[in-house]
Design a protein around this ligand. Sequence first.
Ligand code: HEC
Length: 124
Amino acid sequence: MRTTTAILFTGALAAFGLVFGAAACGGASFQGNRAEEIDTSSYPADIQASYKVTAQRCSKCHSLARVWESGITDEDYWVRYVERMRHQPGSGITKGDESVILHFLFYYSAQKRDAGASKTAANP
Ligand code: HEC
């Protein structure tokens, strides 16, 4: 399964080629609601790879929109939430998935914070 490739990715730049492989054909293999997916095409390859794991793992019990619209931008909160979700019965989330998912959620939160900051700066 292709997502295994993404999971194996732990931040090593050496894995770049593998990640591109996963990004190229990962989309077809999971059943999330596509409307809830976010456009990660402008994100770095490692973030795109960790997004795939996040979208797959976190859409099992509730919509992905619930994750994106939670309003959480604090990294400590994400650590706690992902841990809590992992402990939900039948989550299918492994300890190893956690760091991959957090890799994406931290990036996503930083994007959200930046967007908020530039909006304030542009519209004082
Ligand atoms: C096994 C089922 C399951 C999986 C998998 C799961 N969740 Fe949840 N999630 C729940 C349930 C049940 C709730 C509501 C109860 C609660 O808040 O603990 C919830 C609530 C949430 C909330 C709170 C939303 C709100 O409106 O307050 C967030 C955020 C969230 N999940 C994020 C995630 C993330 C991120 C992942 C992937 C790491 C994930 N969930 C995977 C079952 C799951």
